[in-house]
Design a protein around this ligand. Structure first.
Ligand code: FES
Length: 106
């Protein structure tokens, strides 16, 4: 199973194995990773699952779709590496993925 590493804003690292087909948000919520509230349950409506994808994983993860981009654009702390992690589906190619959790979400 792919392994996903979450790095908290204070540098703490938490890694979890993930089932293909779930989202990165599902893995965070199922494992009580703090900083991911996911209030809308993955419907791309709340933006409480904002992550910064590690630079070396940007290409593999891909770019946000239009609805995701629209909601993230409201956040002044959005970065070029920002994604809503409910929109990142786990697949074998993402084994080793690293995402950083923004401080504003704590
Ligand atoms: S969980 Fe609400 S936008 Fe991702």
């Amino acid at each position: 199973m792919p392994k996903i590493t979450f790095i908290q804003h204070d540098g703490e690292e938490i890694a979890h194995e993930a089932e293909n087909g779930l989202s990165v948000m599902n893995i965070a919520v199922d494992n009580l990773v703090s900083g991911i509230d996911a209030d809308c349950g993955g419907e791309c409506n709340c933006a409480t699952c904002h992550v910064y994808v590690d630079e070396k994983w940007i290409e593999a993860v891909g770019q946000p779709h239009d609805a995701e981009e629209a909601i993230m654009s409201l956040n002044p702390d959005r970065k070029p590496t920002s994604r809503l992690c409910c929109q990142i589906k786990i697949k074998d190619e993402l084994d080793g993925l690293v995402v950083h959790l923004p401080e504003f979400q704590f």
